[in-house]
Design a binder for this molecule. Structure first.
Ligand code: NAP
Ligand code: HSE
Length: 429
């Protein structure tokens, strides 16, 4: 029986370079374990002059990526270049040519998922993307296969290692945001341009994929509201700790108001919650379902080695399907469903207000919330005179009402600044 699979890899950077090295160096071990002879035949890159961590036959590395997809000796394409347009067109071409595709590209899956899944379905080949969310954490298969019959209620994910590292440093050591970010960059967690990490955009793509798989309703990257961590201050971390909370950047996907809401923003999580103990660059995904209860998947969410492990698992899976020769039916299906606008979603807020400490301030602040239909749960004052801080935690109210309350607040004269707003995750209303 032929067990040989010719592999073309598009992209040989952090993940691609590690994957190729593993496929080359561990070829015999993988064959012994799986019965598959996985041969990297061609690799596509942008810069042919760059030094690579792997060695392949002369001429295997090319700048002509389309020629890899078109090569009849390539049975399986692995896309590890990133981006939506070129990567998406190459993936689509591979699928249309009847070649299975493995990708780690969350941006691509979260933006062109249905188009690519439909192409895979038409050709009867697998499209696998285990590494697109949570790096080395197995989460795509559990959601789309093991939990396929569970009517999942909610998924909460710490799905960006860079931001979790920064928030951990701010909470534990009082580091300020800029210093913690610089450290994350030095340690190689953050990209040289960390905008997608710190703005929540990277987590939004991952949350879109998690939501789509959890609820079977397509949620695209542009359907996900996102806020980043750029304006958070160590003082809020300290107040959160005083109140029994930890601040995390969380992707939330939940059934609410007859539809699905997906968003990414900083959240105060009770210290007893399983996600509160996820520290440093670790990622974790917490799933709630009526029958299965609560599940936590945690581990390394980024980096060449863990991510390449997930990609390699997909390559082996796709190779097995290819050798079996049967038409593969997609394990993922989307049915129409309503996406609930964030404004309609009930949220609970913590606010740090800088105010002049004078008679009547509290009454004006309270009526700003009252006028917007938001009920206040607790108020603390820290400091006095021109240094006074009011810390307010509201009861749950529609996000739009919370925002209206802040619009009213800004008209309160003794209020100098709405210094911070963080949503609160809590069992209480
Ligand atoms: P990377 O280090 O920037 O590598 C990208 C690779 O693609 C490079 O080899 C680059 O070529 C090549 N490439 C990019 N654009 C190209 C173009 N237009 N034409 C030809 N080659 C091109 O990226 P990475 O960190 O490995 O990430 C790859 C994918 O995995 C992304 O979708 C990312 O989101 C995903 N991912 C990454 C991680 C992680 O920890 N890094 C974790 C999970 C998922 P050159 O080498 O010549 O520049
Ligand atoms: N930059 C991402 C993170 C890794 O910090 O988690 C790739 O998804």
């Amino acid at each position: 029986m032929n067990t040989s699979i010719g592999i073309g890899v598009l992209g040989a950077g952090t993940v691609g370079g590690t994957l190729i090295t593993r496929l080359v160096e561990d070829r015999a071990a993988i064959a012994a374990k799986t019965g598959l002879d996985l041969r990297v035949l061609r690799v596509g890159v942008r810069d042919l002059g760059k030094e690579r961590s792997f060695s392949l036959e002369y001429g295997s590395v090319t700048g002509d990526l389309q020629s890899i997809v078109d090569d009849p000796d390539i049975d399986l394409v692995v896309e590890l270049m990133g981006g939506r347009e070129l990567a998406g067109d190459l993936v689509l071409a591979a699928l249309e040519a009847g070649k299975p595709v493995v990708t780690a590209n969350k941006e691509l899956v979260a933006s062109r998922g249905p188009e690519l899944i439909a192409a895979a379905e038409r050709s009867g080949v697998p499209l696998l993307f285990e590494a697109a969310v949570g790096g080395g954490i197995p989460i795509i298969r559990p959601l789309s296969e093991t939990l396929a019959g569970e009517p999942i209620d909610r998924v909460l994910g710490i799905v960006n290692g860079t931001t979790n590292f920064i928030l951990t440093r701010m909470a534990d050591d009082g580091a300020d945001y800029a210093d913690a970010l610089a450290e994350a960059q030095e340690l190689g967690y953050a990209e040289p341009d960390p905008t997608a990490d710190v703005s929540g955009a990277d987590a939004a793509a991952k949350a879109a994929i998690l939501a789509s798989l959890a609820f079977g309703t397509w949620v695209g990257i542009d359907d996900v509201y996102h806020e980043g961590i750029e304006t958070l201050s160590p003082i809020d971390m300290a107040f959160a700790a005083d109140f029994g909370y930890v601040v995390k950047l969380v992707g939330i996907a939940e059934r609410t108001g007859g539809g699905v809401s997906t968003r990414v923003h900083p959240v105060m999580i009770p210290t007893a919650h399983p996600l509160a103990s996820i520290r440093g660059a670790t990622n974790a995904i917490f799933i709630e379902g009526p029958s299965v209860g609560e599940l936590l998947f945690a581990g390394p969410g980024a980096g060449g080695d863990p991510t390449a492990t997930a990609v390699l698992g997909d390559v082996i899976d796709a190779a097995r399907e290819t050798l079996a020769g049967a038409q593969v039916s997609s394990r993922i299906r989307f049915s129409p469903g309503e996406l609930v606008p964030f404004g309609d979603v009930p949220t609970k807020w913590y606010l740090r207000l800088e105010v002049d400490d004078q008679p009547g301030v509290l009454a004006q602040v309270a009526s700003a919330f009252g006028d917007a239909g938001v009920s206040i749960k607790s108020v603390w004052q820290e400091g006095e005179g021109s240094e006074a801080l009011l810390l307010i935690v509201t009861h749950r109210a529609p996000e739009a009402a919370q925002r209206a309350a802040v619009d009213h607040l800004r008209k309160v004269k003794p209020l100098r600044n709405v210094a911070s707003i963080i949503r609160v995750e809590s069992e209480e209303p």
